[in-house]
Design a protein around this ligand. Structure first.
Ligand code: BV8
Ligand code: ZN
Length: 243
């Protein structure tokens, strides 16, 4: 299987990757649906909504600060670096991710499309203010505030991520769909493939005659259309595909 997949990639000119929480599991970042996905009995879907934030912004901020602290302890793993290597080799054209953990960027991926935002970015709930906390060096300042406020208009700041019921960033979604329409292969890594419209990506590649390669420790919503299903941990399987 691994040799065949490596062969497909070597003979492909236009490969993309589509990743989910599973690629960061070996970095110690909790997945959503895994047994470690729960936070204080809440399922992420319950807190990652505009309604939850309107109802109890303190609770939702506590949830995101908990994840930010977890992610700050995490380092990219060999799966993230294998995708960087494939991009360096000129085989991988882009990484399309559902993850907000910034680990693809940390690993060195250049062409990264974040469909669901980034947990290290915040934006104002009323004016157009927004910042990337790693750039402004205010991660700890935000972590120390119970309810972070906008430096421009003092309204509430919120994590710049896409909540359930909210539209994805139009530019990112259009770019991702266009890449999927022209890709001759997609490497699907560590996603349950149940959150839309992101989960359409592998199906668009398939509909346009591309090859679907999946890496997951178990079957997912994508497996039925996978031409190659590599069962295993991303941090162990991807480096073997690249070497
Ligand atoms: C739950 C689902 C049914 N609901 C949706 O999809 C909804 C509703 C919906 C829309 N269209 C539909 C069509 C059909 C059905 C439902 C819908 N979608 C939305 O609400 C979207 C927004 C969806 C985005 C929500 N935000 C996230 N994240 C950011 C926030 C945050 O992070 O806090 S989604 C979030 O959950 C998802 C989690 O999935 P995965 O990443 O796959 O993680 P999971 O834990 O599920 O699975 C991990 C996998 O890894 C594997 N694994 C584990 N360890 C390893 C390992 N070591 N190696 C390899 N694999 C591994 C496991 O086996 C497993 O398979 C990710 O997308 C993640 O980003 N918005 C919208 O539709 O807006 C409309 C609209 C349009 C115009 C105008 C107004 C409104
Ligand atoms: Zn503001």
């Amino acid at each position: 299987m691994i040799v065949e997949v490596a062969g497909v990639l070597a003979s492909s000119k236009n490969v993309i990757a589509f990743t989910g929480a599973g690629i960061s599991a070996e970095s110690g970042v909790p997945t959503f649906r895994g047994k470690d996905g729960l936070w204080k009995k809440y399922r992420p879907e319950e807190l990652a909504t505009p309604e939850a934030f309107a109802r109890d912004p303190k609770l939702v901020w506590e949830f995101y600060k908990w994840r930010i602290r977890k992610i700050l302890q995490a380092k990219p793993n060999p799966a993230h670096y294998a995708l960087v290597e494939l991009e360096r080799m000129g085989i991988l054209k882009a990484v399309i991710t559902q993850n907000v953990d910034d680990l693809h960027r940390e690993a060195g991926t250049n062409n990264l499309i974040e469909l669901h935002g980034n947990i290290f970015r915040v934006k104002c709930t009323s004016c157009d203010y927004g910042e990337y906390l790693k750039e402004t060096g205010r991660v700890n300042e935000i972590l120390s505030q119970e309810l972070p406020r906008c430096p421009k208009c003092n309204s509430l700041l919120r994590p710049d991520v896409v909540w359930f019921g909210e539209p994805l960033p139009e530019g990112a979604l259009r770019k991702a769909f266009r890449l999927a329409e022209t890709a001759d292969a997609v490497i699907v890594v560590g996603t349950s493939g149940v959150v839309y419209p992101a989960a359409y990506i592998p199906f668009i590649v398939k509909e346009n005659g591309g090859t679907v390669i999946e890496v997951n420790v178990q079957e997912s919503g994508i497996t039925p259309i996978a031409d190659f299903f590599c069962r295993g941990k991303a941090g162990e399987v991807l480096p073997r595909i690249v070497e």
